[in-house]
Write a new protein. Sequence first.
Length: 332
Amino acid sequence: MQTEQRFRELLDRYIAGTCTSQEKAIMEEWFEKGGDMKKADLQLSAEDEALLLNNIHRLQDKTTVPDSLPVHSSKLLRPLSSWRAAAVWMGVLITAGAGIWKAGTIQYAATPAQTAAVFKEIATGKGEIKQVVLPDSSVVLLNAGSTLHYHSDFARHRQVQLSGEALFTVTHDDKHPFTVQTADSLATLVLGTQFNISSYAQGEDIQITVVSGKVQVSKPGSAPDILTRAQAIHYNKASRDYTIQRAVSVESLTSWAKGEWDYENVRFNDLVVLLQNQYGVTLHTRRNPHQLQTNVNVNFNKEQSAREIVEVFCSLTGCRFRIITPAEIEIY
């Protein structure tokens, strides 16, 4: 049962595009070998294996590959014949209950005897902040340009997936842990009450900050870390490394909830994320973006326009900018 559950979770992450490079390599190797059920660390139960093989036989004369395959699946399909690829993929989806992102929900393919699990979605638009009360009375303040998915059976499965930024105030329940999944399979297990997560797709980093109580942060291949009040984990997506910061300014890191944005040594990429999500403005540069960084703390607020924010940044970094369109600014 434990290995089956591990396989299900790994396949879910692979299809959603959130698995690590090592996990991706494992899955692609497994598919390239034709879906070998005897591989120890990916073995399904005997019942599921029989069902998968039955599906392969049933589908072996079909040549249509499902439209919902992710882009990166093309690599793993090439070594297989068309019927084999379709059969193996469809069989795994049916037996393993793999997640498919579709129409604002995550729907899980299942056998007739299984109940499809649906994740509900809540999203915010440009410059919008939304307060969400989850079924367990936990409160989530969702920042602009963010998306939150949570399990429809939330009373028993307190699992959410976040893209963007949110401030969580979690209701305590020892029997049903509260977990937040973000990019790169980073998982935050809530052991206390209030914390902030910033995980924008356009951002270079993921930052998890504890406002009160404590959380446990896990990354594949590493031992979990415990964070308490005024501590944060700073995770770099490119290097896949993270550092623990102690005695951080909780007020600054959660200032967005009041319509303010505090930055320490604000970088070009920080502005990219801010302008895109708060103003719907795309910012780009001809220069090396990693050389565009201030050496001072800066506070912006929603009363300022995108142009005014860029003006301040350029005055501190010695660069220039031009307005290409109302929705596009270039720094040079």
